[in-house]
Design a protein around this ligand. Structure first.
Ligand SMILES: [Zn+2]
Length: 412
């Protein structure tokens, strides 16, 4: 029952974990696509929430809903003055999603609580399980709505007034599904278990990723202006082709990311030449640029270089240009003590782990400034996510959940 340090040497029930994830995965399931859709505050999201709340009640948790619909379940500790160690993630999905994104973190936390309950383990600090509202942002923007509200990063009124494409507000939809509450639970620590949603762990055959932070992100939108003209009668050396300037910028941005290395990524996701006609030289071309990097100095260098390239690629071809930065979020660095804890626990369980930086955003990044936070990743088959092919093997799900269990046991 106890290991050599007197800690309960428990293991979670992998079959129960997988069957719970599958049951949630059947809600909103579409047999035609093989995916499931539980957009935030939809009927399917309500069904998922109802299932989670039922299971929380069955484990004797004190269930609280806050003003943005975040769901918390609290398992009491023996010392009421302590803040809870919180586990959690989200249960909303994108369209035609896999069954693991978010759900794994919530039901992984539930499985930890079930394991403690069936082994009658009392803890000094309380434990809390959280499901944050609208992490995906597939229906209402901004994404991460629940954690933005929870951490006071964005005000309630602004979030509640967000409208979906049919003009329905988040406030009305929260009321309709019955999940606008008034409770809350403060977190003392936060651990989010999640699938990697990228290819690295799977490719390297590693069971555990310990996430040391989330990379910084900068977005620009801009436009190059040259001259539209006849595609047949304008010689190549007398053109001012805006699209060619943007094409060169795309190639230069790739070179920059490769040169900076260390996980730098640069993407031009949106390019619109005008007039966008087969026999006219594009006189205008608008574009977006997305640059991400975790290390502060490289992030700063990359941002400066991107802006220099936007200018240089236009001037080289005599194009006019304008651009502006439309978003910037600095990297989030998770608490080093929490990172070391997850690594230590993985090693003790005989599971190889690597430190990694998350490429995607998560609720944990907003919790991190408020309480010591870490994320634990498990492999995603072929790095696929946000699609019906999203897959993680049962053994990997079980391993990650055991790392969560023992990390929590060291904290409570
Ligand atoms: Zn997620």
């Amino acid at each position: 029952m106890n290991d050599d340090k007197g800690r309960p040497d428990l293991r979670i029930n992998g079959e129960r974990l997988v069957s719970s994830i599958k049951e949630m995965g059947s809600i909103g399931f579409d047999p035609e696509t093989g995916g499931r859709t539980r957009l935030a505050l939809s009927d399917a999201d309500k069904k998922g929430r109802d299932l989670l709340c039922r299971w929380m009640h069955e484990e004797g948790l004190d269930v609280k809903i806050d003003q943005i619909g975040n769901i918390f379940g609290v398992r009491e500790g023996t010392d009421p003055s302590e803040l809870p160690v919180m586990m959690g993630s989200h249960i909303d999905t994108v369209r035609d999603a896999g069954m693991f994104d978010g759900v794994y973190g919530v039901f992984g936390g539930l499985e930890v609580i079930r394991t403690l309950n069936e082994n009658k383990v009392r803890t000094r600090k309380p434990l809390a399980l959280a499901a944050f509202t609208n992490e995906e942002g597939a229906r209402f923007q901004p994404d991460m709505m629940g954690s933005l509200f929870y951490t006071g990063t964005v005000g309630l009124e602004e979030l509640l007034s967000s409208k979906d494409e049919n003009g329905l507000t988040a406030a009305d939809e929260l009321d309709r599904i019955g999940y606008r509450g008034s409770g809350t639970v403060r977190a003392g620590r936060y651990i989010e278990l999640h699938i990697e949603q990228g290819p690295r762990l799977y490719a390297e055959g590693l069971p555990i990723g310990v996430v040391r932070g989330i990379q910084g992100l900068a977005w620009w939108a801009g436009e190059y202006c040259g001259e539209s003209n006849h595609a047949g009668s304008t010689p190549m050396d007398m053109r001012k082709d805006a699209l060619l300037g943007v094409a060169e910028l795309a190639a230069e941005a790739e070179k920059l990311a490769l040169r900076l290395g260390n996980g730098s990524v640069a993407t031009m996701g949106k390019i619109s030449p005008k007039p966008d006609i087969i026999n006219i030289i594009p006189g205008k071309c608008s574009f977006t640029l997305d640059f991400r990097q975790f290390e502060k100095s490289l992030f700063e260098e990359g941002k400066g270089e991107i802006e220099r390239l936007i200018t240089a690629c236009a001037e080289k071809r005599g194009l006019k240009y304008n651009f502006r930065k439309v978003a910037e979020a600095p990297a989030v660095v998770f608490d080093s003590g929490m990172v070391e804890l997850a690594e230590r626990v993985s090693a003790r369980l005989g599971l190889a782990s690597k430190r990694m930086v998350s490429g995607a955003s998560h609720d944990a990044q907003f919790l991190s400034p408020f309480c010591p936070t870490v994320m634990i990743f498990v492999p995603s088959k072929d790095g696929r996510s946000h699609c019906p092919e999203e897959w993680t093997e049962a053994e990997d799900l079980e391993n990650g959940c055991n790392v969560l269990l023992h990390s929590v046991l060291e904290l409570v």
